[in-house]
Structure formats: C-alpha cells, structure tokens
Design a protein around this ligand. Sequence first.
Ligand SMILES: *[C@@H]1O[C@H](CO)[C@@H](O)[C@H](O)[C@H]1NC(C)=O
Ligand SMILES: *[C@@H]1O[C@H](CO)[C@@H](O)[C@H](O)[C@H]1NC(C)=O
Length: 989
Amino acid sequence: MFLLRAAEGPRWMAVFLLLAALCCLFSPVVMVKHENFKTCEQSGFCKRNRQFADDAASSSWVSPYALDPASITFKDGQLAATVLKTLKEGEEKVRLPLIVTFLESGVARVTLDEEKRQKGDIILRGDSKARKERYNEASNWAIVGGLDAATGAALSAEAEAGYTKVFYGDGGKHQALIRHHPFSIEFQRDGETQIKFNDKGLLNLEHWRQKVEKVEKVKVEEKKEGEEEKKEGEEENKEQEPQGEDESTWWDEAFGGNTDTKPRGPEAIALDITFPGYEHVYGIPEHATGLSLKTTRGGDGAYSEPYRLYNADVFEYELDSPMTLYGAIPLMQAHRKGSTVGVFWMNAAETWVDIVKTKSITNPFSLGLLGKTDTETHWISESGIMDVFVFLGPTPQDITRQYGELTGFTALPQSFAIAYHQCRWNYVTDEDVKDVDRKFDKFKIPYDVIWLDIEYTQEKKYFTWDPLTFVNPTKMNEHLDKRDRKLVAIIDPHIKNTNDYPVIDQMKSKGLAVKNKDGNDYEGWCWPGSSMWIDAFNPAAITWWKTLFKYDSFKGTASNTFIWNDMNEPSVFNGPETTMPKDNLHHGNWEHRDVHNVNGMTFHNATYEALLERKKGEIRRPFALTRSFYSGSQRVGAMWTGDNLAEWSHLHASIPMVLNQGISGFPFAGADVGGFFGNPSKELLTRWYQAGIYYPFFRGHAHIDTRRREPYIAGAPYTEIITQALRLRYQLLPAWYTAFHEASTTGAPIVRPNFYIHPEDENGFAIDDQLYIGSTGLLAKPVTQEGADSVSVYIADDQPYFDYFDYTLYQGAGHHTVAAPLEKIPLLMQGGHIIPRRDRPRRSSGLMKYDPFTLVVVLDKDGNASGTLYVDDGATFDYQKGAYIHRRFGFDGKRSALTSIGLGTKGTKTDAYLKAMAKVRVEKIIVVNAPSAWEGKTEVVVSEEGAKESARRKKVAFEYFAKDGKKAAWAVVRDPKVGVGKGWKIDFS
Ligand SMILES: *[C@@H]1O[C@H](CO)[C@@H](O)[C@H](O)[C@H]1NC(C)=O
Ligand SMILES: *[C@@H]1O[C@H](CO)[C@@H](O)[C@H](O)[C@H]1NC(C)=O
C-alpha cells in the first residue's frame, strides 16, 4: 500500500499535494506520477543501447564481437571460448569469456562475462567499496535445480568455416549454431531455427574503462594553477572519446534530485534475441498489459517505451503500459502454431526490453500469401553478466516445466491459503477483527483469513502490537481459531530507526542493514519515518530474522498467524524512483544496482524461512504474501498485483496479469478484489468478487481512505450474490487444490490462458480475458464491463461445453454469447473432464476437511471423461512422506463405467493418512451429457476394492434427466458410498 501523510514527509507531501492539485485540473481520475519514474530516454544505459540499435540498423554496420575459434574447448556438455570485442584499430581487444552449457533437460545456458572484471583488474572510482566483478549471483537466488549438463551433447564433426555446431537435446534434435565472426548463435530444433542471438548485431557489453577526467573551460579559467595540465587533459579526452558514444551518463546520473555515483562507469549488457516465424510473445511480468505483448518501437498501436523491469512502488499504476511494476520475471516465451520456445534472461539489474515485429515476405510474387512474422526483441540490463537460458519447447507445457525445474515449482500452500482472504487497511482493533469475523458468520459467508495492515503495530514498529488498539492479540487468535480461521499480519523490510526498539538495535549492532555507498547503515524514509532496511542477502540476516518470529519473541502470534511482506521492492519514499539509491551496498559489497530486482525475493525468502521455524517440532507450510518478486519467488509464497484502483478497467486488466503470472512460473497470484484505491460501486464490487473467485490468490482489500466493503455490507441483492460466488470458490476448492498440486509438481499454471490449453488454435493466441482452471476443463469468463448482462465466450475446439449451473450446451469453435445477469457467473465445463467438488457450505475451508466429495463427470463428444483429485492434510509436509490421496477418475464411454485409480506412491505416512480419511466418501456423482440409452435406468452397480463379500457389486439408486431444449441430459448417482481414497468402479451399463 502507499499513502503519504503530512507528518510522514512534509517536503514530499508539499510536492505531492501540488501535483495532485495539478492532476485534478486535467483529469478527474487518479493517475500514476510519470515524472517519478524514468523513461528509457532518462535511463542512461537504456538510451545508449537504443541508440546503439539505431546505429546498427544501418547497412554498413558490423557487430564488433567475434569468437576466437582457437579458444574453443568442449567438455562434458560445456563449450567455453573467448569472445573478442574490437574497439578501434590498433587498440587491445576486450576479452569476454563465453560459456555455453547444454543441459540434460534440453535447455541451453549462455553466459558472457568480462575477463578484466572477473580478475578484479579494474579501478573503482572514488573510494567505492563495491565489488569489481560483474554480478554473477542471481543464480544463487533464482536457480534450485535442472543444471545437470547433457553428457550426450556433441560438437559436430563436419567442419564448416566460421561455425561451431553443437547437437544436444533428446536424441540431438536441438542444435546450436555458433557463428564466429561476427559472433552470433542460432538455436535450432529439428533443423529449423527457433531463436537467434545477436542476429541484428545489438550485442553490447559496455566494458570497463577508466574515466578520463574532463575539465570544463570555465573551471580551467577559474583555477589558474595547473592550467596547462588540464588543458592537455581535455585534448586527450577528445581524442579518446569513442565516436558518437553518449558519455553523459557514464560516470554519474541524476534523476529527481538524486545522483547515482557509478564507481564502475558504464557497464550495461545488451543483446538482441529474435524469434523467427513467431508473431506472439508472452511473459516478462509484471506489467499492466495484455497477455500477447505489444511492440515497443514503431508500428500501429505500439508502445513507445520498452517494457521495463525495475521493481518499484508504482502507486495508482496505469493500465496498458510497459511501465515497470513491483516484480520482475525476465522469462519470455514465443508461440506459434505447433511450437513454443522461450528465453530466461537471468539478470537482477534494471532491465528494458524492446519488442519489434517484422513481416518478412518469403516470396514477393505469391500475392495473397502473407509472409511470416518475426518477433525481434532487444534486452538491455544496466549491469551484471549476461546469463540466458534458452528453451526450445516445443509445447507451452515444456517451457513451464523446464523453467520450473530451474527456478523451482510453486510451493504447495496450506489449504486455507487458497480460500478467501478478508483484508483492509485497517481492521483497527482486536475487537474490530472479532466483530468482522462474527458478521461473516452471521451472514453465513465463508472466509478463512483476516488480515492486518500496518496500523496494528505500535508506531510502525514491526513485531509489536499497538497496546491501545490490539489489547489482546492472543485472545483474538484463539477466537479465530475456533472456526479454523487464520490471521495474516504485515511485516515490512524497513525497520524504524528509533530509540527503545530492540529490533533496530539488534539489526544495527549485528551489521545486518543495507549500507550506503560509504559503507554506513543506509537511512531512508518509509511508513515509520526514518528507517533502515534489513539486508536479506546476508545469511546472518536470515538467521537473525528467524529469531524475531518465534512465538515467544513476536508475542501475541500463534500457529494460525501468517505473514504479509509489502514494500519490499524496496519502497523508499525519499529514494530515487521511490526506491533505494543504486550505489547502496549489500552483503558481499554488491551494489544495489546489481541486485535490485532480486531484493524483494530475498526478504520474502527470509520470512518463509522464519515461518518454518517458529516453534520446535511444529512444522507447517508457511504462508507469506509478497508484493515484490523475481524468478524463484514461487517457492516461497503468493503475490498480488499491488495497488490497483476500484475501476472496471482495473478489474479487466487483472485477468491477463494473473494469467501472465501463471505462464511465467509464479501462478499463486491475484489482484485486490474491489480495487485498492477508491470506492467501487456495488455492481463493480459484486462483479469483482465473481472474477476474484478465479484468482489463485483470492483476497479482498481496501485503502484506509475507503468506505468499509466487507461482503455483508453491500445489502440485497449484492450480499447474497457475493456469498454465492464465495460458495462457488469453496465448493471447487478440491479442484483448486488439485491444480495447485499440479503446479507444484509440473510447473503448469493454476489458471491457464487459451493458447496454453489449445496451442494449435491460432485464433485464440491473443485471448486473455477468459481462463481455464488447472486441468479441470472449467472455463471462466469474468464479467468486467459495467451493466453487462451477457458475455462472449470463446470456444477453441469442437468439444461440447456445458454451463456449470444448468448444463446448457455450447458447441462449435468461435464466440458464443452466454447470459450473465448480475447474479450469474459465466462458467462452462469442457466435455471430457471429471471435476471434484465439496458441496456442503461451511464457514471456513478447515471445517471441510472430512466432508464428502461430489464428482461431476462431463462427457466429451465420444462419451469419455477423466480427471484427477489430490487431497492431503492441507497443513503439514507429511505429503512428502506419502500422506496424501491422489486419484485418477476415468469414464469409459464404450464400457459405460467410471473408475477410480490410485496415482500415488506409498510412503511411510500413507497408511496413517488413508486411515484418517477412511470415512471420507464420494457422496454424489453427476454425469453431464449422459447418453440417452440410460433413460429409464434406476440403478448402477458399485464395486469397491477391499469391500466385504456382501458389499461387492452393490446396487445404488440412479436418476436420469433427459435433454431439455439446449440443456444437456444428465444423471445422478446418489451416495455410492465409495471411499475417496479407494479404488472402485461404477457400472452404468
Ligand atoms: C532461501 O534462501 C536461502 C539462502 O539463500 C536458501 O538456502 C533457501 O533455500 C531459500 N529458501 C527457499 C524456499 O528457496
Ligand atoms: C474413450 O476411452 C476409452 C478407454 O479409456 C478409449 O479406449 C477410447 O479410445 C476413448 N475414446 C476416444 C475417442 O478417445
């Protein structure tokens, strides 16, 4: 959250008020303060590299990078060589060590570094204590596996002048074609080029050079002493200045009243990556844009700025904009019919990405035949080594799995975490919390978690409670626990710099704060006023952080308390672009510049680790929400899309943003339901709940200046409609949990865009306003337009789709109008799936733990269906020892039988868990699109594994409902009494 108050920043406040007043003159709506954030033109290295790209577009351009063939070695799946950068005739070439690693998974990794800096053979300007190497530790934070080198990778025997070829991937179907002069790489699959590096010649590693002091004429005149010497210096400078290079921001750079000193001078790393034949690219969150990324240079409807990745507290953010937001995942995938490929640009510094699409006419004489579109991208990072992973697909599932093997899969959350969260800034007292809790019960509205924003603390000192307003947090937690409900409290990375606060004293005395460029504790301004920031890059800081969360340290918390990490970009109110100065220093003397985009993840990680160890012997899966994130954050919690607005447009924008998180490896995502800033109309609030039930992370939240909007406040008919939406989320929790399990083992998104499910359907590649839930075949199209009473749902295939509530049939590829009056949530079921549910309404998900299941069998056009269910205790790590139920349900149309087959493998805790779940049964089976041959049938035959002789082949009541107009025929088996953890068969023939 973000808000400035006079008391907290008088200087800032004055500016803020002035700007706010100016804004209001022109526009009635709140809007982002553009002037606080850099454009590419205002970001020195971005501007230089865009200029570089313009220069390279000329026909005489030759990339100054060449691979020295004599330097090539190849061993154990790894190619090493030196790339030489030519400066000017006669000058020594810059040596850049290149390593290309071919991984067992079929992924390739390319790193390029700078030899002089590897060796520490440079001089830092000023008295800087910063590291001399290029930052090479992003992998320490982002990567957890998948790095086994491919033993089968082989250099091609056929020698071709100027090339080195390596075969890798399954059976050598991948090929890296490394051109020596100029240096470039083509990645091929089955002989076809999919990805090209430096094809446009935009590779640009700004090598280290010593500053040649320039002396201004005026100053020379002022200072008579040593006049001559300096004049000489000036001339020399002119000579040395590389032609046409813009040096203005090489050595320091001012923005918004802050000056960034650059002890290492210019050090950007940039590369063009081309996807030939690919018209659509997705990914690189976080931006408030559509799923299929727009071009950024030239072209209709294009942006004029590159997509920016520089985690920042962009308050009241703007929609349909490549501006940076709170988190960064530099993973991009390109998609066309029959192929998905991708790149992961693992750099933690400020990064800009330009996207250009070009149509190449393959044969100018074949009129009417459109040429194919290439997507050309240009990646520009301020510092660090170049470290890029290349994925050759060919399916979207391959990309999400391989990326997940590298950066980790989504942590399987506790089951409460995927239920509904009720938040606002702020529930003001412990009595207020209990009162809200009671009202949810009174109105029979399910919810699992209530949240506390910063006001619960004493004067914004984290790990304390305001003694006047939160008098008895322990009692409050006990109250919540009665209905198995949880509390989430906010803990931010800025620590109040004040007296009588042990947390700041410890952090200072242990030296665990982020340092300024001089090596002293950095002090900035945030919620508490003067603050310092924990440096969670430091292992000692994580160790210390853990001590703060122990129940006897953070008194008033209990096993049902969880944590929310906000402001971890980090947000610094008086810092450049509302964050830290880039020349601040972190653990290991890395500059903040180098690590900025992973900063939020390190703090989130520390919190996760702390939650694991709150009490000896009590090991529960942590829950920690983060605002800032990087590749790998999915291992430690959930994210939300930050401070959105209570406007229809923001509701609409949330769908592609959440979908993009899904395909980018961090699917546990959601937007603030209702919109953070402003007061939503009752209609908007209702529609937002109806959409929010499809966010993997589902939380209502509101700014401190808004009116209360808990679901029970809206009144008739809204409260009832919102309650129905919440019940639908709760009813489908088994399907959601199964989708989370799938994400945690395969990297598949929890909610999926059309292209991911139907990768062959070209018409659906840009569709981003509807979503599929996991592998369930549930297709939701949230209403995001005011006054709408229908929506247009896009169907990609020829399967039958059925309305979730009344089984109305929709069939045929294309758009279908589905009625959506306010009380209706457009939700279809694709034929061919079996959807698990729990139908008994409860107050919280914890109370559903032993409830029976319903299976909805939706037959496809051939009369078949299948689906899975994953269940465990929803809290501990016992599932890692086999304490879970994982079933595959299959309906075979030919045999007319439904079966349940176990998918799990047995572990030490399997038997105990199955015993605990022995009484949990399937109490209802609904078959949608039931064959007409069943008409008149009154019984089905049920057999269960291990059942007593007398109970084998028992007969169970069955009811058939014939087709009614557009409504499909359906049938119901009432209480077959089969165990959810058992094998069984139901015979419908
Ligand atoms: C958190 O960071 C520490 C230190 O780098 C690392 O050992 C640990 O595995 C991380 N935790 C997770 C869940 O990624
Ligand atoms: C239906 O399921 C059966 C058994 O699983 C399978 O043999 C058959 O091929 C399926 N039919 C189609 C058209 O997929």
